[in-house]
Design a binder for this molecule. Structure first.
Ligand SMILES: O=C(O)c1ccccc1NCC(=O)[C@H](O)[C@H](O)COP(=O)(O)O
Length: 259
């Protein structure tokens, strides 16, 4: 699946190159507000585990998760629960996301930092992330050469954005730490080849991560027990999508999970 998604992203980047040149980027960058400090917000929270709450209509593993999908109403419900940050899927083909969702949420709820959740493989997508209003980008170690990982993270920093680098195994941790200086590291509990999701991935990988590097555990989190388990392992934050998307009252669901 990851290969399929990346092949599609290569096509999307070619089309983006025809629409967005450096002249247009420079001009447009002047008009967007400075990014919010995404990582600081996660690390300064009084909650024992910070929450990145995801706005996610569909996924390759589950199909449509939220049929009555209203991105702004969902984001407002998250903001009402004082989530530390939000993740907004912008991939159209596999997740039914959209750049406009992120831009609208940023315009209407300007105080909550936003992660652009997509599959970034090219510098142009980093510029695009900034232009649509992202405060942070996701970089997936499994999808990038170490040199690309560090170049894309450096570019994000130049543009004032944070980066959440996501790993799923020991080798990816080793490569990431050898080539970048992350201020936070995401462990994805979902195996992107099989879609199998287990929190044991966070447990197994914690010991390979320096104790002063905060960890965000991502995917497959759905109960208070999960949160207690991850907090006990030392995770500083969680990224939760599907569980919240399946709730009637999302504000209550966030509070029940982490307050
Ligand atoms: O969610 C998927 O099926 C998926 C498939 C292939 C690549 C990535 C995928 N998900 C991206 C994510 O990492 C999750 O949206 C995020 O961690 C939230 O996970 P969950 O709480 O399980 O929705």
């Amino acid at each position: 699946m990851l290969h399929k998604i990346i092949a599609e992203k290569r096509r999307e980047v070619e089309s983006l190159k025809r629409r967005l040149d450096h002249g247009k980027i420079e001009e447009a960058l002047g008009a967007v507000a400075a990014p919010l400090p995404f990582v600081d917000r996660l690390l300064s929270s009084k909650r024992k585990v910070s929450v990145i709450a995801e706005v996610k209509k569909a996924s390759p593993s589950k199909g449509v998760i939220r049929p009555d999908f209203d991105p702004l109403a969902l984001a407002q419900a998250y903001a009402d629960a004082n989530v530390e940050a939000m993740s907004v899927l912008t991939d159209e083909k596999f997740f039914q996301g959209n750049n406009d969702y992120l831009t609208t949420i940023k315009r209407e709820i300007p105080t909550t930092p936003l992660l652009r959740k997509d599959f970034i493989i090219d510098p142009l997508q980093v510029y695009e992330a900034r232009l649509i209003g992202a405060d942070c980008i996701l970089l997936i170690a499994a999808a990038l050469e170490p040199r690309q990982l560090s170049e894309l993270a450096d570019l994000a920093a130049e543009l004032g954005m944070d980066t959440l680098i996501e790993v799923h195994n020991e080798a990816e941790i080793e490569q990431t730490l050898a080539h970048t200086k992350p201020s936070v590291l995401g462990i994805n509990n979902r195996d992107l080849k099989t879609f199998e999701t287990t929190l044991k991935t966070t447990e197994r990988l914690m010991s390979f991560i320096p104790s002063d590097l905060p960890v965000i555990s991502e995917s497959g989190i759905r109960s208070r027990e999960d949160i207690d388990y991850l907090a006990g392992l030392g995770a500083r934050g969680v990224l939760v999508g599907e569980h919240f998307m399946r709730q009637q009252d999302i504000t209550v669901a966030v509070k029940e999970l982490v307050d």
